[in-house]
Ligand binder design. Structure first.
Ligand code: SF4
Length: 316
């Protein structure tokens, strides 16, 4: 399957999109925070990032979903900053730009990173927390195309997206991977100061599904196009998890590929939020799997720990 950004390049759509996004940073409303700051002039809004994208790290990653990892890993690029800024973030230092680990990159440098990941054999380019750097990613695309990039682009986000920005990505992104985090307004406010999270994530899921459809996996078990939904289980959050599964089954697709993640641990400021000092129990994880299946969702990501260990050993 030809990747979407190559098709867009051939039809002229890519150039149109780059022109559309060109001035977005001057009055930034890329995400639902709608800060209106001039990032081009060096101002920074809620996400903490200015004119240039900043990268914390990159490389083949074997801890992602089985359909992204394949044999050679998913080519992850961890962007610094975030438009959601969850207080329990599992990558707190990176998202909150705390440790000076961030390197600013221009479009040529970002393109070079993507090409290096492809050269290492990665099955895809996995853009981690990309919502606030969409213009910078688009600016890199002509350079990666000139350099021969031909693997799928994965938009790996927190689900707090603006539909207008998703329209800019239509025809360019191959795989959308939102993490649907909260359902209740109280949780979204307490954990991420995002009272409209549920509305925004519902709109985003509908738009992503419209653009790319159910996840399509090739004969080698590697995803090439579609929607892959993540859900990080939260301590005591079973009711919200069930509501999310129900929404996915009824409004997105019963064929929706879902990764129910059990790796929550208290990070960042989690300890100041009552209840979030705990971890996920085996019972809660099993209950979540059962709930997803009862709602009709059967494409659940399966990770084989032994297989993962073997891949890590081979890579070393
Ligand atoms: S991308 Fe950043 S600056 Fe722009 S609206 Fe969102 S949080 Fe604000």
């Amino acid at each position: 399957m030809i990747v979407r950004y190559l098709e867009a390049d051939q039809t002229g759509l890519l150039q149109e999109k780059i022109v559309q996004v060109e001035n977005e940073l001057e009055n930034c409303t890329l995400c639902p925070r709608r800060c209106g700051v001039n990032r081009q002039a060096g101002e920074r809004g809620y996400c903490g990032i200015g004119a240039l994208a900043e990268v914390a790290s990159y490389g083949p990653h074997f801890g992602e979903e089985s359909v992204l990892v394949g044999d050679k890993g998913s080519g992850t690029i961890f962007f610094c900053g975030c438009n959601l800024l969850c207080r329990f973030c599992q990558n707190y230092e990176i998202s909150h730009c705390l440790k000076g680990e961030c390197t600013a990159v221009n479009e040529h440098e970002l393109a070079a990173i993507m090409l290096e990941l492809q050269a290492k054999g990665c099955h895809n380019i996995n853009l981690v927390t990309p919502s606030h750097v969409v213009p910078q990613i688009l600016a890199a695309l002509p350079h990666v195309i000139a350099g021969g990039l031909h693997i799928p682009l994965v938009y790996n986000c927190g689900g707090y997206e603006s539909v207008e920005t998703l329209h800019l990505l239509e025809g360019l992104v191959d795989i959308y991977m939102p993490d649907v985090k909260f359902w209740h307004k109280d949780s979204a406010v307490q954990c991420a100061k995002a009272p409209d999270y549920r509305q925004r994530v519902q709109e985003s899921l509908l738009e992503m599904q419209r653009q790319v459809g159910d996840l399509w996996v090739n004969s080698e078990g590697v995803a090439e196009r579609g929607l892959l939904v993540r859900h990080l289980l939260m301590p005591g959050g079973m009711e919200e998890s069930t509501a999310i599964f129900k929404y996915l089954a009824e409004h997105i697709s019963k064929n929706c590929y879902l990764n129910i993640m059990d790796q929550y641990r208290p990070c960042g400021k989690a300890l100041v939020i009552p209840g979030l000092e705990k971890t996920i129990t085996v019972e809660q994880y099993q209950q979540a799997i059962k709930s997803a299946e009862e709602n009709g969702l059967t494409r659940l990501d399966q990770r084989d720990p032994l297989l993962l260990y073997e891949k890590l050993i081979i890579t070393e």
